[in-house]
Design a protein around this ligand. Structure first.
Ligand code: F6P
Length: 319
């Protein structure tokens, strides 16, 4: 392989830039040319390709967002869109592609591989919802952003003796809610994977009230339902003064943590090594601190699982 491409797709996540840098530098290290494709699959279709040099990725390792821009592209879901993308890759003489993104991006990578174009997926999403890796790039930074926000809200919850419901992102996955809830000693964590029952949550809070507890922090994963709806029902059923905060896109930005920068650097470089060794249609990940790769078809059919032991622990520690 003499020339490869790299793109970021779907929601941005902190550490994507560090991953792009690793792909570009590792390829150049192996004397392989690299093209950055702007705006994800949209740019693949339109031919928005840019030759990357060592300096193109200088001074980005510490920046959030993605230097290659990103987009969600409906056209690439169609066979026509996919063929247009492959034509552009051929026109530029590109022989392999690294796709950095979440499961939607992986579906595009899977299609390219089915069309015979060697593609490797690198997990970049704050949601931590990709099977085959213990952590996705961006999760640790988002987790720390959430923790910082909850710490601040806790000060107000204590001062005003209120109940706070905080809705966090994660799409269908509860990881961000569970980890931040455990890290912040939240009284209750509501995640889609646990199938929480509202009556149980209310009786838990009432038990706390009876014990003299005057404030509570409740973390609701967006996949488990609306924080506002949850807050309304809680106030109705417990009569506790309740406020709701939806953290929103603050969770997606910011300078990546050390862990995310290191993870991104390792995974980006590993993807290039695998591509040059002739691997295709795989996704890279980290499991028990070892670099691993898996067939993309398996990853896309395997359901995401959250660590329910951690969920149990969070309940045991917040009695
Ligand atoms: O996948 C990342 C994520 O931030 C999810 O947590 C959230 O559900 C979604 O993207 C929001 O998407 P958008 O930025 O398109 O509103």
């Amino acid at each position: 392989m003499k020339r490869i491409g790299v793109l970021t797709s779907g929601g941005d996540s902190p550490g994507m830039n560090a991953a792009i840098r690793a792909v570009v530098r590792k390829a150049i290290y192996h004397e392989v040319e690299v093209y950055g494709i702007f705006y994800g699959y949209q740019g693949l279709i339109t031919g928005d390709f840019h030759k990357m040099e060592l300096g193109s990725v200088g001074d980005i390792i510490h920046r959030g967002g993605t230097k290659l821009y990103t987009a969600r592209c409906e056209e690439f879901k169609t066979p026509e869109g996919q063929k247009k993308g492959i034509k552009q890759l051929e026109k530029f003489g590109i022989e392999g592609l690294v796709v950095i993104g979440g499961d939607g991006s992986y579906r595009g990578a899977q299609k390219l591989t089915e069309h015979g174009f060697p593609t490797i997926g690198v997990p970049g999403t704050i949601d931590n919802d990709i099977p085959g890796t213990d952590f996705t790039i961006g999760f640790d930074t988002a987790l720390n952003t959430v923790i910082e926000a909850i710490d601040k809200i806790r000060d107000t919850a204590t001062s005003h003796e209120r109940t706070y419901v905080i809705e966090v992102m994660g799409r269908e996955a509860g990881d961000l809610a569970l980890w931040s809830g455990l890290a912040d000693g939240a009284e209750t964590i509501v995640i889609p994977e646990a199938g929480d029952d509202m009556n149980q949550i209310v009786s838990r809070l009432k038990r706390g009230q009876e014990r003299g507890k005057k404030h509570s922090i409740i973390i609701v994963a967006e996949g488990a339902g609306s924080g506002f709806e949850f807050g309304r029902r809680l106030q109705e059923e417990t009569n506790m003064e309740t406020r709701v905060t939806v953290l929103g896109h603050i969770q997606r930005g910011g300078s990546p943590t050390g862990s995310d920068r290191v993870l991104a650097s390792r995974l980006g470089a590993y993807a290039v090594d695998l591509l040059l060794q002739g691997e295709a249609g795989v996704t890279v990940g980290i499991q028990r601190n070892e670099l691993v790769f898996h067939d993309i078809n398996e990853i896309l059919t395997e359901p995401h699982s959250v660590d329910l032991n951690m969920y149990k622990l969070s309940q045991e520690l917040s009695i």
